[in-house]
Design a protein around this ligand. Structure first.
Ligand SMILES: Cc1ncc(COP(=O)(O)O)c(C=O)c1O
Length: 451
């Protein structure tokens, strides 16, 4: 009965927070979806002096991609984000999310950052959290590549593998991550209450009992949680919120505007300085939309003539949103299907909803790319430039060539090399996987972009 009450309370809290997010999201949706809303206030995070591991994040080189530049007569430059310590562009986002949360008091030193992500953001949060004296708990679907949870656990974070369900379901991995932060906060509050009662010398039996009950219920809720995967995957160092007296904070990379600010205050200015303001276009694909939004806003603020474009992978609705103002049909909207409503080999990019971060983007247009183009481009870059990049970076380079061809020779185009090919060995760089999906690369040059 008590367990049911605790689980019910957690569900109610999650539902309230979901409804609140929905209301905030709806009320802030502009008529033109990619138009800017009011710019979120800058924080003191801008150009903060950072030390230690965190100091090594950012300031990534802007590499001239010789093969693509020579082929198009443009300067095609790739921001080498795969060189960040956590291996991707998401290191910046992890830093910004944690710093802003610590600054606002939403996260305490020693607290736990939770996130629902199977990708780079989780790895970056796990990498960066200890540098701020924090812990990290990641909830991922149990069909995500096992290497991903192994990496996150090896970094010292705890991982919960759960059954994949729709984002509208309370047990979607993102919703569980949000719930875990709430649970940790409730326990921290109970712990504080218990400590205060003890130090005041009052009868503390009630508050201590309450805390112990909550700790027991919290453990039980997790153990009985139907969301837990049926794969029998071990949870090494499984997260135990009852041991966490410092509370939790849900990173929420899709809707947390710290994501946008990481790129507006950090990536954008670096690109501007590295090109000395001499660039004509920027193109990137969007997952959360943080990169394209932050960088495009910053560059446009510096020079409105810089063209900013979205690069969209198969199945994503953003191309339509940008070019025609509508997403795909209602049936294809995110949340209507159990898993990804499309098949694409690219990871971390493409989405069928407009996030708060993406809403900030200032775009002049959008391009589309196919899986085949991304695969061929990755091999072309390996062969000609020695660049070993992941699927989203390869897609971005396809976009950069499209922009170069449309603008004509003599232009400078910047894109993002989000992560390394090393993160993509089981699919994107797996010959058998590619053969099984009819994606075996065959091109000798850039002819695959002519179709
Ligand atoms: C490897 C990779 N590339 C690109 C992106 C897209 O970046 P953003 O989320 O800023 O739109 C992501 C997002 O998760 C990613 O993991």
């Amino acid at each position: 009965m008590a367990a049911a009450t605790a689980a019910g309370a957690a569900a109610a809290a999650a539902a309230v927070s979901l409804i609140a997010c929905y209301i905030i999201f709806r009320s802030s949706t502009p008529k033109v979806p990619w138009a800017r809303t009011a710019r979120p206030s800058r924080t003191s995070g801008r150009r903060t002096r950072r030390r230690g591991l965190v100091e090594a994040i950012g300031n990534t080189p802007l590499i001239r991609i010789n093969s693509l530049s020579d082929a198009t007569g443009c300067e095609i430059l790739g921001k080498a984000e795969f060189l960040n310590p956590g291996g991707s562009v998401k290191d910046r986002v992890a830093v910004k999310i944690i710093e802003e949360a610590l600054e606002s008091g939403d996260l305490s030193y020693g607290g736990t950052v939770t996130e629902g992500s199977a990708g780079s953001t989780a790895i970056s949060l796990a990498t960066v959290a200890p540098a701020y004296g924090c812990r990290c708990h990641v909830v991922i679907p149990d069909d995500a590549a096992i290497e991903k949870s192994q990496i996150i656990e090896a970094l010292g974070a705890t991982v919960e593998r759960v059954r994949p369900v729709s984002i509208t379901h309370r047990d979607h991995f993102v919703n569980i991550a949000r719930r875990r932060a709430l649970e940790a906060n409730k326990l921290a509050a109970a712990q504080r209450e218990s400590n205060e009662t003890q130090t005041n010398g009052l009868a503390h039996v009630n508050s201590r009992d309450k805390l112990e009950t909550m700790q027991r219920e919290s453990k039980k809720t997790q153990n009985n949680d139907p969301a837990h995967g049926s794969t029998g995957m071990p949870h090494r160092g499984k997260y135990d919120p009852s041991s966490d007296s410092k509370g939790g904070f849900f990173a929420d990379q899709f809707e947390n505007m710290a994501n946008y600010r990481a790129h507006y205050e950090w990536t954008g200015p670096e690109i501007w300085e590295q090109t000395k303001g001499s660039l004509h276009a920027f193109i990137a694909a969007a997952g959360t939309g943080g990169t394209i939004a932050g960088v495009s806003c910053y560059l446009k603020e510096k020079n409105r003539n810089i063209k900013c474009f979205l690069m969209d992978p198969p199945g994503s609705g953003l191309f339509n949103k940008v070019t025609r103002g509508v997403m795909y049909t209602k049936e294809e909207a995110e949340g209507k299907r159990l898993k990804n409503p499309f098949d694409t080999i690219t990871e971390g990019i493409g989405i069928n909803r407009v996030t708060r971060n993406f809403m900030m983007a200032e775009l002049d247009g959008a391009y589309r790319g196919t899986d085949r183009e991304a695969v061929e481009m990755s091999r072309f870059l390996l062969k000609n430039d020695g660049l070993f990049v992941g699927s989203s970076s390869a897609m971005n380079c396809v976009g950069a060539v499209r922009v170069a061809r449309d603008l004509g020779p003599g232009h400078t185009i910047v894109t993002i090399l989000c992560d390394s090919g090393m993160r993509h060995l089981s699919k994107f760089f797996n010959d058998q996987y590619l053969a099984d999906h009819g994606l075996t690369p065959t091109a000798t040059g850039l002819e695959f972009l002519d179709k």
